[in-house]
Write a protein that binds this ligand. Structure first.
Ligand code: 5RP
Length: 229
């Protein structure tokens, strides 16, 4: 059922897309619904260009004949549409369940607006039930993990910090880095945690998205809900 809600939220986001827009294209199953809806609109004559946030999204968009560009060619975007793992108070997000958080954050930061599409289960009162993904450099992994533990502990947070695996190997991001997933359980002060993680050299980027989402579109049994920042 949640996939049906993801699809509804994704299709509702299409109404915010206008001809000539430069779009950031998110990653994950909800974002893929949006890319498919966008592909149908492009087939119907809509003219846009997209910057994909992952190899997977680029492949999907190419298969649908959506014109693609890069942030080198097109450094400023009008709108990014992406999913999230959690949406908390103040439209602060946890992202990175699909391992694309670094490119997703770069693309969102280059966009004038970011619409987050999700099924209702992602909208939470307190972030942290979903383990917080962090993209880290392999070099110095033990020291980086210790530094994350100390930063979290200074805010009263603790929990397992695991290297993400895939098929018996460490998962590699599109940029060749590792992902650490931190099971803190609750993150009542995401801005404070983000500020501390930003200062750890081995953390390339973390999955807390702050002041990036400008609107969320949530779909659930009671229909669609749109909330603006
Ligand atoms: C990928 C992400 C995704 O947006 C997030 O994991 C949500 O995925 P899905 O739409 O499949 O539930 O952050 O890095």
């Amino acid at each position: 059922m949640s996939d049906q809600y993801k699809k509804q939220a994704a299709e509702a986001a299409i109404e915010f897309v206008q001809g000539g827009m430069r779009l950031g294209l998110g990653t994950g199953s909800t974002a893929a619904h949006f890319v498919r809806a966008l592909g149908a609109a492009v087939a119907g004559g809509l003219r846009v260009v997209g910057v994909p946030t992952s190899v997977a999204t680029a492949q999907l968009a190419e298969s649908l004949n959506i014109p693609l560009t890069t942030l080198d060619e097109t450094p400023e975007l009008d709108l990014t549409v992406d999913g999230a793992d959690e949406i908390g108070p103040g439209l602060v997000l946890v992202k990175g369940g699909g391992g694309a958080l670094l490119r997703e954050k770069i693309v969102a930061a280059a966009s004038g607006r970011m619409i987050v599409i999700a099924d209702q289960s992602k909208h939470v009162e307190c972030l942290g039930a979903f383990p917080l993904p962090m993209e880290v450099i392999e070099f110095g992994l033990g020291a980086t993990r210790n530094a994350i533990e100390r930063a979290a502990s200074s805010l009263g947070l603790a929990g397992d910090i695991a290297v993400r695996g895939k098929d018996g190997q460490p998962f590699r991001t599109d940029s060749g880095n590792l992902i650490l997933d931190a099971s803190f359980g609750r993150i009542p002060e995401p801005k404070a945690l983000a500020g501390l993680l930003d200062r750890i050299p081995g953390v390339v980027e973390h999955g807390l998205f702050i002041n990036l989402a400008t609107q969320i579109i949530i779909a659930g049994p009671d229909g669609l809900e749109k909330i603006s920042a």
